[in-house]
Design a protein around this ligand. Structure first.
Ligand code: SF4
Length: 364
């Protein structure tokens, strides 16, 4: 396998094996590498007898998005987020919906390098309230993401991780210590799916969700992409949503999003909107306060309602906000019940725009 860049940034989560190979301990793949080899994620490899990150300071592209696109519906609604990713991934999902984002011609054109301080300053100049580590999983470039998060903090810019949560205990603790919010992919609720379709395991993801809930103040929401015939049965949705309520409580929002045939799963049909609505109904029946449909036009399924009186709190049509019935401290204007999340007196007005950003156009 070939390194993506020639820069080797030192990392700390690894150890030497008796046979001389080096084991990376960032994620449960535990890649065991000879000198010069890259791990499955392609961005961490064994160089000079240690695991080095080879994508520090480089990105596959930068875009300003609405925060709802991450998706986060309860974190500074309506505000702009500067999104970026690097390359590689530590899962091998056959249905990957993002591979074109990191490999497309547009992103290649935008391929840019960015020191953390510059990235934070540009995010500030562009009026972004947060920065999102997305497109590919930030746990594999955690050293870079953490340095960006630290630089952003100086401007009051929040950090958002879009992650599959497939990470080991120690790096998990270190990574999320620097995050303000996260969207965690819970790709299915079966070990069989994780193993056969993603090449990973379910339990580490559940461990990450429980860790976030019990041991951090990170605001997080869950996304489950529903693939017809693979993870969308009533039984699986019942089990998944019951687990969420029992282990994370009713206030963690969950997004059921639509699959479109992609990457190595082009033989499957797109998810019908009725499947998303069915999943949402099951989640609400099992006690989840905020369940959403995503990747489809569904104003009802995309809006936020008070779980106590039913009033529509935040109306959403795709990524555009309409109704806003929250008080300055995030309570329902009708009954006063608090809505879980991170809210301010006013919502943002970024709307549905997506604006590519070329970092090299800004001063160093
Ligand atoms: S982070 Fe990359 S190199 Fe490390 S164990 Fe995971 S896939 Fe392998």
């Amino acid at each position: 396998m070939t390194a993506i860049t020639t820069e080797f940034f030192p990392t700390q989560y690894w150890h030497r094996l008796e046979d001389g190979r080096i084991q990376c301990d960032v994620c449960p793949r535990y890649c065991q590498l000879h000198e010069g080899q890259q791990g499955l994620c392609f961005v961490r490899g064994c160089h000079d007898g240690a695991i080095k990150l080879t994508s520090y300071g480089r990105s596959s592209g930068f875009c300003i998005d609405p925060i709802e696109k991450k998706p986060l519906n309860h974190f500074l609604p309506g505000t702009a987020v500067l999104s970026f990713g690097t390359a590689g991934c530590n899962l091998a999902c056959k249905f990957c919906q993002n591979w074109d984002m990191s490999k497309s011609r547009e992103m290649d054109t935008l391929a840019d390098s960015a020191a953390p301080a510059k990235l934070a300053r540009v995010a500030h100049e562009l009026g972004c309230r947060s920065i999102a580590y997305t497109y590919n999983d930030p746990v594999i470039f955690m050293e870079y993401a953490i340095d960006v998060a630290l630089a952003c903090r100086e401007y009051g810019i929040k950090s958002v991780a879009v992650t599959a949560g497939y990470v080991c205990e120690e790096p998990r603790r270190e990574f999320f210590r620097h995050m303000d919010a996260a969207n965690v992919d819970l790709k299915a609720f079966s070990e069989d799916f994780y193993w056969k379709i993603c090449g990973g395991h379910l339990q580490p993801v559940l461990d990450t969700l429980i860790y976030l809930k019990r041991e951090t103040d990170v605001w997080f929401e869950i996304t489950t992409l529903l693939i017809p015939g693979e993870n969308d049965s009533d039984a699986e949705l019942e089990a998944l949503t019951q687990w969420v309520v029992e282990n994370l409580g009713p206030d963690v929002p969950i997004h059921f999003t639509a699959f479109h045939p992609d990457w190595k799963m082009t033989q499957h049909s797109p998810t019908p909107p009725s499947t998303l609505s069915r999943a949402r109904r099951i989640a609400v029946k099992n006690g989840i306060h905020h369940a959403y449909t995503g990747n489809v036009h569904d104003e009802k399924g995309g809006s936020t309602y008070c779980h106590s009186c039913g009033q529509k709190l935040i109306g959403r049509d795709w990524y555009t906000l309409s109704t806003w019935n929250l008080t300055a401290d995030g309570c329902c204007t009708a009954c006063g019940t608090a809505c879980a999340g991170v809210f301010e007196a006013k919502h943002g007005t970024w709307g549905a725009r997506r604006r590519p950003v070329r970092l090299r156009q800004y001063a160093a």
